[in-house]
Structures are given as C-alpha cells and as structure tokens.
Design a protein around this ligand. Structure first.
Ligand SMILES: NC(=O)c1ccc[n+]([C@@H]2O[C@H](COP(=O)([O-])OP(=O)(O)OC[C@H]3O[C@@H](n4cnc5c(N)ncnc54)[C@H](O)[C@@H]3O)[C@@H](O)[C@H]2O)c1
Length: 369
C-alpha cells in the first residue's frame, strides 16, 4: 500500500461482491480520473465469479483480511453486510488504508465506540459513505440553508420506503428497518446546525402481509437536543411506489418537501400571489451539474450503474473521497456525522423491542465530556 501524491490516482479495492459492491465497482470503473479499481473480495464463490466475468483484470480474494494484507491499495470501500462494516473499517484503518464505510457505520453500540476510537487514533482517512447526503435534493437543501431560505427547523419528517420483497438482498429480511436510518436522518442533520438526536421511541408493525419479513414498516418519533421533533419511518416490505426518499421540514421560514429528485418550497415571505397557489417546485435530472459540464463524462453508462448510482449521488460521493485522499483534505463526511445518523437507529431498534420505550441516545463523544 502506498501514500498518494497529489497527482496520483487512488488504487482502490471493494470488500463485498453483493449488489451494492458491484454497483460501486461499476461507478469506480467509470471515474477513471480518480480511481484504479484493483481488487475485490467475497467469501461467496458465485459472487466472486460474477464480478470476475465483468472485470477480468481484478485481483479476487475469498478473504477480506487477505486482501487488506496483500493487495497494493491506497483505499478500500466496505460493502459487506451491516454486521461486518465496522469490523473491516477498523481492520483497514489499522493498516493505514483510507476507508469509505457503507452505512450504517455500526451495527451495535459497542462497535460504535470501537469505531470512533479507531478512527480518532488512525492517520488514514475515514469517510462515511452517506449516499443520501449527496443526492441532488440534499445538496439543494444545503443551498437553501446557506442562502438563509430554509431557516431553522421546528418539526421535521423523513422516510425511506422501498418495497424490496422481490429482492435477493438476504440481510434486509431480518433487519429492523429503523436501523437503516442514515438515508433519512443524514440529510436532515446536515442542515440542522450541529443539532443531534437525543431521544427516540420506535414501533414495528410485524408482518401483516405474511411475506416472511420481520416488519412491514417501522416508525419512530425522535427529539433533538434543540427540541426539534422528527417523525421517521422506513419500510422494505410494504406496498409503496419507489424507492421513495422523502424529507419534510417545517421551519421558521416556511414549509419544504424534498422527494427523490424533486424539491417543493413554500416560504412565508413568498408574494401572496404565489402563496395562495402551490409550492414552488424544482425538478433535478439524473446527472448532477458537476458532470453535465464535463465533456468526457460517460453519461450513456450512468444508468447501467443501478439506477444511475442514486441519481448521480454515488459519483459525487466517490469523487469527494478521492479528492480528500489525494489532496489530504478532512473527511467529507466524518465519523461524527456517520455515527450521528447511525446511532438513533440502534437505539430505535432497542426501543421497538421493548414496545416503544423512550431511549436516550448517547454518542461516544458525549461520554468523553
Ligand atoms: N448506500 C446505499 O444506498 C446502499 C444500498 C444498498 C445497500 N447498502 C449497504 O451495502 C451493504 C451491502 O449491501 P448488499 O445489498 O450488496 O448486501 P448483500 O448481503 O446482498 O451482499 C453483501 C456481500 O458481502 C459478502 N460478504 C460477507 N462477508 C464478507 C466479508 N467479510 N468480506 C467480503 N465480503 C463479504 C456476502 O457474501 C455478499 O456477497 C449493506 O450492508 C447495506 O448497508 C447501501
């Protein structure tokens, strides 16, 4: 493994050859100015075989430990099932390899503590792979915030609804969906001025649809340190169009809805003429502006990357990762941000198992005070 010089291309590996690992591999392979994809790993021979057919030049490993020990890489992306994210992130950081962790960044409270300590003591870069923070709607939220249009939250809502009953992703069937809260809470936290979720109560539906999933949907109420109330839900086994990512904010300036690649804005200071009608609506395309200005960018191949890599978000996220490594910049999405969008889900799952008990959310950095 080598340290990057500012002009170099990041030599990267991906752990996990499931659908998400393959999606990231396809995107990395298109970002030729930033990355060279060197190796991938998976204990499942069939999954490795599929990748090898698509990328014959890659080094393939059955063991991720072997890959981390032997491959000549600067960085790694961890795309293992959720229970193995933190373990391999720590293993990479302990070998001084820069790492992007898939979300959620931890599966248990103990893992969250260990991950936080490991990131803080490692010289290698850690980045949370917070795809949803890079979606065009989330970037538009940041723009509205910076322009003073969004204002300060009073009450917010966030949802990720995705009927995945037909999918082959094995981990989702038994996963408490409230733990998959990063896509929903991450973009909200990014515009809430350092506020953090402080308490949570959550309930699950169980399986009303007799589909064999542990819950059709889970719903939580959260309160932040600044007393903002948030209603959050996530369902993978329920009738719903989508994938549907929805963020709603009621603020001191107005009422805002962000839905997939669309934003709807109503501000209290809009002219009465506009106010009496409808929301001001903005539609975003599938390819972010950053790429539409780049003549060499392979637009025609974007949709081959699993729905365009979340509306182009994965492309920007990965470029930010490369830029931070090559130019020695701070993490674009830090460990604190990653845990702030992950830990509420772990506490929510505990709450749901106890029938909705109110749980206090404790972060590793609050234990240090
Ligand atoms: N950011 C997003 O939008 C997004 C979308 C889908 C999935 N995800 C995340 O990505 C992760 C992977 O999702 P998926 O749908 O590909 O899951 P999956 O379970 O279908 O595939 C995971 C793969 O990892 C392999 N694996 C298990 N242990 C491993 C190890 N130690 N080293 C290497 N590989 C190992 C499995 O054999 C499997 O092939 C999930 O944990 C999920 O959190 C994120």
């Amino acid at each position: 493994m080598s340290a990057c010089s500012p002009s170099s291309i990041v030599r990267i590996a991906i752990l996990g050859c499931g659908p998400r690992g393959v999606q990231m591999a396809k995107i990395v392979a298109l970002l030729t100015k930033s990355f060279k994809l060197v190796a991938m790993s998976d204990p499942d021979a069939t999954a490795r075989e599929k990748v090898k057919n698509r990328f014959p030049d890659l080094e393939m490993y059955a063991s991720s430990d072997d890959l981390l020990d032997k491959a000549n890489i600067d960085a790694v992306i961890v795309e293992t099932p959720p229970a193995y994210h933190a373990e391999y992130v720590c293993k990479a950081l302990n070998r001084n390899i820069a790492v992007m962790s898939e979300i959620p960044v931890a599966d248990t409270l103990e893992e969250a503590d260990l991950l936080y300590k490991t990131v803080k003591s490692s010289k290698a870069l850690f980045m949370t792979g917070a795809t949803a923070n890079y979606r065009q709607k989330s970037r538009y939220m940041l723009k509205l915030k910076a322009q003073g249009i969004l204002g300060n939250a009073a009450y917010v809502e966030a949802e990720y609804m995705h009927d995945l009953r037909a999918s082959k992703d094995p981990w989702r069937k038994t996963y408490e969906t409230c733990r998959y809260c990063c896509h929903s809470l991450g973009p909200l936290l990014a515009v809430m001025d350092g506020d953090e979720f402080d308490t949570v109560s959550c309930m699950g539906t169980g399986d009303h649809l007799n589909c064999g999933w542990i819950n059709n949907n889970m719903a939580a109420l959260l309160r932040t340190k600044n007393n903002v109330v948030c209603r959050f839900m996530c369902g993978f086994a329920i009738n719903h169009c989508g994938p549907a990512h929805r963020t709603v904010m009621y603020t001191d300036k107005g009422h805002f809805k962000f839905y997939n690649e669309r934003a709807m804005v109503f501000t209290a200071d809009m002219p009465l003429y506009t106010r009496s009608k409808e929301f001001y609506t903005v539609e975003f395309g599938n390819i972010p502006e950053r790429f539409t200005n780049d003549v060499e960018f392979p637009y025609d191949k974007v949709m081959d990357c699993g729905g365009g890599g979340h509306g182009g978000a994965d492309f920007i996220m990965l470029e930010d990762f490369a830029d931070a490594i090559i130019n020695n910049k701070p993490s674009p999405v830090s460990i604190e941000a990653g845990l702030a969008m992950t830990l509420p889900g772990i506490y929510a799952a505990e709450s749901a198992r106890e029938g909705g008990t109110l749980k206090k959310i404790i972060y590793p950095w609050s234990k240090e005070k």
